[in-house]
Design a binder for this molecule. Structure first.
Ligand code: TZP
Ligand code: MG
Length: 212
């Protein structure tokens, strides 16, 4: 089922490495209560081995299923299949979209990271269902993140792509999210604005209210 722009309104990206000493399942539960509309399991550079990652993935997947929140997996098509995910999110260095499509069920959503018009056009032409554009602003959640490109770059990509689901990511907070929406994003994707908040539930609630 293709993802709808409204599913991208408030997209939480998270793995255990983002949760400080909190239980990732509890953080996701709080974020869902606060009103997130989509979730991506991104277990990276964490202390968990693959077996533990799969175990955590099953728990997070179950929670999303209960609350009818789309559940996507970052990078790994094998993990997406194992967890019966609704989709995968692929970076420019991950499996190409046509190869991912050969393995995944047709209903599986494919999101792609892009930071330029050519990358965005290619993703669209290859049949991606949405693109994530960033980093919008400086971020500390992704050590290998490239230079921020700002909402201006998102606006240019929006103009080039026309009506196509777009989410902005990277350094987005309640204070700067309006610029990302005004540039034409259908929604915002965040890690730390929710996972590092004193109250992930209230943080999600606030972000959701501001993204109307
Ligand atoms: N991709 C581009 S920036 C980023 C990812 C996964 C990190 C976003 O994290 P935060 O904490 O919302 O800046
Ligand atoms: Mg990736």
């Amino acid at each position: 089922m293709p993802i709808k722009a409204k599913d991208l309104r408030l997209y939480l990206v998270m793995g255990s490495q983002d949760c400080l000493d909190r239980d990732p399942v509890a953080v996701l539960q709080a974020a869902i209560s606060g009103g997130i509309t989509c979730f991506q399991f991104r277990e990276k550079h964490s202390a968990r081995n693959l077996r533990e990652t799969v175990e955590l993935g099953h728990s997070l997947r179950a929670l999303c299923r209960t609350h009818r929140i789309p559940f996507l997996v970052n990078d790994r098509v094998d993990l997406a299949l194992i967890l019966d995910a609704d989709g995968v999110h692929l970076g420019q260095d991950d499996l190409p979209v046509p190869e991912a499509k050969r393995i995944l069920p047709p209903s599986c959503v494919i999101g792609v990271s892009a930071r330029s018009i050519p990358e965005a056009r290619q993703a669209q032409q290859e049949g991606a269902d949405y693109i994530g554009i960033g980093p919008m602003f400086a971020t500390t959640s992704k050590p290998d993140a490239k230079q921020p490109i700002g909402p201006e770059a998102l606006a240019e990509i929006r103009q080039a792509l026309g009506d196509f689901p777009i989410v902005g990511i990277g350094g987005i907070t309640v204070d700067n999210m309006a610029a990302v929406r005004q540039a034409g994003a259908d929604g915002i994707a965040v890690i730390s604005a929710i996972t590092r908040a004193d109250s992930p539930e209230q943080a999600a609630q606030q972000l959701r209210q501001c993204s109307r």
